[in-house]
Design a protein around this ligand. Sequence first.
Ligand code: SF4
Ligand code: SF4
Length: 238
Amino acid sequence: MKDRGKVNLRGKLESLAKDMGTTYFGIADLTPARQRISEQGGEFLTQFPRAVSHGFVLTDGIVNALVHHKNIAALNTYWYYVYQIINPRIDSISMMLAQSLDKAGFQAFVVPSSQTVDRTSLTGVFSHKLAAHLAGLGWIGKSALLIIPEHGPRVRWGTVLTDAPLEAGMPMDEMCHDCCTCVKDCPAHAFTGQAFDKLRPRSEIFAAEACDNYLSKRETLDKACGICVYICPFGRNQ
Ligand code: SF4
Ligand code: SF4
């Protein structure tokens, strides 16, 4: 028998995620972004009015190595750490959260930590950044990355969509202001300098094909660059 009782489900989910190493945790109200969500991943996703967003902070030593983005060893180490170590852990946390929601009697849909379903826009089924932003954890910067005041873009995100009526946070205001560091330093000139707006198509902020073309010409094993993650003054300590 599933427990739909008035347990503090939000608190239970947060404790579970934090016990597994999550630093950031929040709940997003997805209803203002229904159209964008439907356009990206399909109408079926709009059955979920909430998202549980959780973020895992990357260690500075690994991210700071991205300044040596022309050094194959530094880049491949970063990519190994993110894709082979952190992302599977994020997927495990998402699965545990989904199981808790399921046990409490609610639907839960785990968004894979890393997935590309559209090769042109380089997007997955659902935007982790959108969920974290709507949960009040940060803002989507001119780099199209989720920026957290303390850790900048140095956080990897996981998301579980749900129909559980969890209390949601308030979206955080954009704080890039006059900064254009990522726009100037992207070697592929992939950022337009436009600020994020939930009604503005992502393509007006970020030319994904320019990034993809640049990366495909590189000789690194995992086609990495990551300057936009390293260079943001938020979270950068060197
Ligand atoms: S990964 Fe590199 S090329 Fe791609 S958007 Fe970021 S800075 Fe630009
Ligand atoms: S580098 Fe500057 S403009 Fe780019 S995301 Fe960070 S704060 Fe915003």
